[in-house]
Design a protein around this ligand. Structure first.
Ligand SMILES: NC(=O)c1ccc[n+]([C@@H]2O[C@H](COP(=O)([O-])OP(=O)(O)OC[C@H]3O[C@@H](n4cnc5c(N)ncnc54)[C@H](OP(=O)(O)O)[C@@H]3O)[C@@H](O)[C@H]2O)c1
Length: 340
């Protein structure tokens, strides 16, 4: 990582909504390593906060109980903060299909509250964490995250030049290997319990990013952001068949059952759809979707170029992670780490 990045975050006061989640905890550790002044965690469950507090022990860490549905609490939590990472969300597709009203309250109204509170407190940068499921969404989760993204990239409409400085930014990426509820740890649990692993469709593909790669991407995009853009990393993808084969080679006896694609699931995910390509540029191993061509210049993004992608950026048409690479990743992320 270039040296300039830690320097730009040094001394900053940061709040993470959903700071006790998989991403929130990893991001907290990374930010503390970068010499920030404060990391304030904002989430609902006190037990998760107590557990995190006892793991991290750091005077710069503060824990606020609160719900993103509660604007007043958010405003209080954001006092004196420089940068907000908005990671709080309901994210489990089947749960959300069953409880869609709740997802709207948390993922959409909650995001609106975060934006309003950022404007109220005149935060420097507000970054929301989005997902490939928001692109041409098939399920309610994706639709709510699409609205979150739209609210963030258009939030600048509410900026008053004499009063506000906030830059609102959206990030979009694919499955984080090993995050809560993700497929590989779930499969490993099943294998260890000598149960069958549930296979939706062996042809299914998914974009993949490790937690470290996600953190690099989040921090780099936050530093570079000029406001109202969507950053998307260049990612590889894996097929479910290769995951299954890699697990067989690592664990030996793996039994599976085909359960079929579930309601709201896609066979392949898309990170940038064909219509968005018109506004998509390549910048430093990332894509950036800009609201207008006028921002696609060297002043804002050095060495920016128009993307040459002509079809949607889908997990089906990017380079695949080979079975052997998957074996290496699974070993280092899930097996070696756990036994060390
Ligand atoms: N994991 C992935 O593969 C992936 C990929 C792309 C994007 N994302 C996005 O990245 C973000 C973080 O994902 P994650 O995997 O870290 O999720 P996670 O482990 O489920 O964490 C979610 C966090 O949000 C908090 N939260 C939920 N509802 C809340 C509310 N109403 N008010 C305040 N806090 C609330 C949870 O704590 P409490 O329950 O205690 O409130 C928890 O801290 C999400 O926005 C997700 O959509 C994830």
């Amino acid at each position: 990582m270039p040296l300039i990045i830690p320097i730009m975050l040094k001394g900053k006061k940061i709040l993470i909504t959903g700071g006790t989640g998989s991403l929130g905890q990893a991001l907290t550790k990374r930010l503390l390593d970068l010499d920030v002044d404060t990391v304030r965690i904002f989430s609902r469950n006190e037990n998760k906060q107590i557990e995190m507090e006892s793991k991290l022990h750091d005077d710069r860490l503060r824990f606020f109980i609160g719900d993103v549905r509660d604007f007043n609490r958010l405003t209080r939590a954001l006092e004196d903060i420089d940068i907000v990472f908005h990671a709080a969300a309901l994210k489990h597709v089947p749960k959300i299909e069953y409880n869609p009203f709740e997802a709207i309250k948390t993922n959409v109204i909650g995001s609106q509250n975060v934006i309003d509170a950022c404007l109220h407190e005149n935060i420097e940068k507000a970054v929301c964490v989005g997902t490939d499921k928001a692109v041409s969404p098939l399920n309610t989760y994706g639709a709510t995250k699409l609205l979150m993204e739209k609210l963030f990239v258009t939030a600048s409409n509410y900026l008053r030049k004499d009063r506000h400085r906030t830059k609102f930014i959206a990030l979009r990426y694919g499955n984080v290997l090993g995050s809560s509820g993700s497929v590989i740890p779930k499969f490993i649990e099943k294998i260890k319990a000598k149960e069958k692993i549930p296979i939706t469709d062996l042809h299914m593909t998914r974009f993949s990013i490790t937690m470290d790669e996600a953190l690099d991407f989040i921090i780099k995009s936050t530093i570079a952001a000029n406001g109202s853009e969507i950053f998307v990393p260049k990612l590889h993808a894996y097929s479910l068949d290769d995951v299954k084969q890699a697990l067989i080679e690592l664990f030996g006896d793996v039994k599976d059952e085909v359960i079929g694609i579930r309601s709201g699931e896609k066979l392949h995910e898309i990170l940038i759809n064909a219509d968005e390509l018109r506004y998509t540029w390549e910048w430093q191993n990332n894509y950036v979707i800009l609201k207008s061509e006028e921002f696609a210049n060297e002043k804002y993004y050095p060495n920016i170029i128009k993307t040459k992608f002509s079809d949607s950026y889908s997990s089906n048409n990017v380079e695949k992670i080979s079975k052997n690479e998957l074996k290496k990743i699974i070993s280092s992320e899930f097996l070696l780490k756990k036994s060390s």
